[in-house]
Design a binder for this molecule. Structure first.
Ligand SMILES: CC(=O)N[C@H]1[C@@H](OP(=O)(O)OP(=O)(O)OC[C@H]2O[C@@H](n3ccc(=O)[nH]c3=O)[C@H](O)[C@@H]2O)O[C@H](CO)[C@@H](O)[C@@H]1O[C@H](C)C(=O)N[C@@H](C)C(=O)N[C@H](CCC(=O)O)C(=O)O
Ligand SMILES: Nc1ncnc2c1ncn2[C@@H]1O[C@H](COP(=O)(O)OP(=O)(O)OP(=O)(O)O)[C@@H](O)[C@H]1O
Ligand SMILES: N[C@H](CCC[C@H](N)C(=O)O)C(=O)O
Ligand SMILES: [Mg+2]
Length: 487
């Protein structure tokens, strides 16, 4: 419970009607969650406009309404606060309501198209091993030390975010590592937070359905670095051609990591095998369990963060070399018949290309690569033909299938993907709509020593069809099929 006037401390207010000296029980931006004493914030969204639900909030006896446009008729006993930007105000108010938890720990955000989950998971594990109490906010799961709290978004909404941070502070956490998605930046889910640091991994094609253009997508990522305070650090992948742009206007101190340039945190891949990566980092040689050149970037970024937060470089590297990857990221099993099945969350063209290039680098010439891939429904459709083409270019056999169709027709998504298959690749490509059948087909086609890549869903334990999440776990199905087929 907090006084409204305290909650509004950091908010730009245009006008108020009614008393600010009232107690607020909770904050919500969803009229369906309003109860007596709750503050309702009307936010304009992608589908609906929260302003259309102010009357619902009034009926449910909200104590106050924060909005950009006041309703024509104001209700007695409710306080109205007009602000220029509701989404920004929501973030600031959520921070104040939970007493600024982000100022009470070292909060580091990671943004970029790929590598966010891997980076924050590595950082969480690293700082746990270094002896700290640590929080994690990620696509796969949220964590307070070892306690797992299910996650629904890559970046939670402002209220949930501050609530989780407050819980972390209460549990004694000194650090929290979180993913900052581009959606979160546009929707200002992190407004009002105080970051100790920000990391940029890379930027490639994704989410153009939401952002409209690649420039807008870049702007969304850049806005994270624009909001960092002077005391914070910005750590950027210098090998990404947009790296410099990200920190063009930041007040934070800028630092770079790279494999191909001489910068603050410099790495070199000595060897990249199925057993892991042999790296040289700042002149020190280490073996890491993670596989794939792209993971050299994730490891280097995590190392840079640790050093910038004051950890001993040698100790940080020693711990990093012992860590496993996040669930569903180059997660593999080997069947009785010596077929390697790899489950990976690659659901963007860049990620798919990286994973397949890695497989090409570590396989021996007589191992066939069979790739199974689909694309999600109600998400960026432009990536569908591109991903099919990449799969064909870098595999011996391709099975196109369904990912999470959501509210789209699975067959239509598949047809969008098929448009990317070049005539020369027709004969190596199959389409099997049902993902389970598709995995079975891959297992049937595979012979001893071959490699099957099951891409796109990684750690997900469901398949989302028309609003219903059906149990589905790529790794489990893969294991089942190997058993069923006696392979
Ligand atoms: C497109 C998108 O990102 N939508 C997010 C957004 O919803 P929205 O603001 O667009 O919602 P809306 O339906 O237009 O409604 C507008 C407002 O009216 C309110 N409302 C609506 C109905 C009602 O009866 N009463 C009411 O008050 C809503 O609460 C909302 O405040 O804000 C909501 C609250 O924060 C999010 O839950 C929701 O995520 C949806 C479910 C989603 O699927 N988002 C994905 C795309 C996403 O955010 N992904 C990124 C990761 C992407 C990556 O891989 O990098 C993430 O961070 O998870
Ligand atoms: N640094 C990287 N550069 C390019 N590709 C990467 C990198 N790290 C991981 N990948 C690939 O991208 C996939 C997704 O990785 P990860 O889950 O870490 O990214 P993310 O940014 O959290 O993605 P999302 O936005 O979907 O949550 C991995 O399965 C892997 O194939
Ligand atoms: N965080 C990503 C998840 C995509 C996962 C993939 N399996 C799909 O359903 O498209 C998104 O919201 O776009
Ligand atoms: Mg993620």
């Amino acid at each position: 419970m907090q006084l409204l006037q305290n909650i509004l401390k950091d908010v730009k207010v245009l006008s108020t009607q009614g008393s600010l000296d009232v107690q607020v029980q909770a904050i919500t931006f969803d009229s369906r969650k309003v109860e007596e004493g709750v503050l309702f914030v009307a936010v304009r969204g992608a589908q609906a406009d929260g302003h259309d639900f102010i009357s619902k909030a009034e009926e449910a006896r909200a104590v106050a309404v924060v909005c950009e446009a006041l309703p024509a008729q104001l209700q007695a006993g409710i306080t109205y606060v007009q602000v220029p930007d509701s989404a920004e105000a929501l973030g600031q108010m959520a921070s104040s309501f939970y007493e600024h938890p982000s100022k009470k720990l070292e909060l580091v955000g990671v943004t970029g198209t790929n590598g966010k989950t891997t980076s924050v998971t590595l950082l969480h594990k690293l700082f746990r091993e270094l002896g700290y109490h640590v929080g994690l906010l990620s696509t796969v799961q949220n964590q307070i030390n070892e306690e797992v709290i299910p996650s629904t978004h890559t970046t939670p909404d402002a209220v949930e975010l501050n609530r989780l941070l407050a819980q972390m502070v209460k549990a004694g956490c000194t650090h929290c590592f979180m993913e900052v998605s581009s959606h979160a930046m546009v929707q200002q889910r992190v407004a009002g937070l105080t970051f100790a640091g920000g990391v940029f991994t890379n930027i490639t094609h994704d989410h153009l359905d939401y952002h409209g253009s690649f420039d807008e997508y870049i702007k969304a990522k850049k806005s994270f670095f624009d909001m960092l305070p002077k005391k914070a650090f910005a750590l950027v992948n210098a090998d990404d051609k947009r790296g410099a742009v990200m920190v063009q206007n930041t007040k934070a101190s800028t630092h770079f990591f790279a494999l191909r340039k001489v910068v603050d945190f410099k790495g070199r891949i000595i060897d990249n095998t199925i057993q892991g990566l042999h790296l040289e980092v700042d002149g020190q040689e280490i073996w890491c369990k993670l596989i794939g050149a792209f993971n050299a970037y994730n490891l280097l970024g995590a190392y840079g963060v640790a050093v910038l937060l004051g950890e001993d470089p040698v100790e940080a590297l020693t711990v990093l070399s012992s860590l496993d990857s996040a669930a569903g990221r180059f997660d593999y099993l080997v069947s009785d018949a010596q077929i390697t099945g790899i489950v990976d969350y690659a659901h963007t063209p860049d990620a798919l290309e990286n994973v397949l290039n890695t497989i090409q680098q570590i396989r021996n010439p007589n191992q066939k690569v069979i790739t199974l891939v689909g694309c999600g429904g109600n998400r960026d459709a432009a990536k569908r033909p591109i991903m099919a083409d990449i799969a064909c270019r870098l595999s011996d056999k391709v099975i196109l299938t369904s990912d999470n169709p959501r509210f789209e027709e699975p067959q239509t998504i598949l047809e969008d993907m098929q448009k990317g298959v070049k005539p020369l690749d027709f004969k190596k490509t199959l389409s099997v709509l049902d993902r389970k059948e598709a995995i079975k087909t891959a297992c049937m086609l595979a012979e001893a020593n071959d490699i099957i890549l099951v891409a796109g869903k990684g750690h997900e334990t469901y398949q989302e069809v028309k609003g219903v999440k059906h149990d589905f776990d790529d790794k489990k199905v893969l294991r089942e099929m190997f058993q069923q087929l006696g392979k």
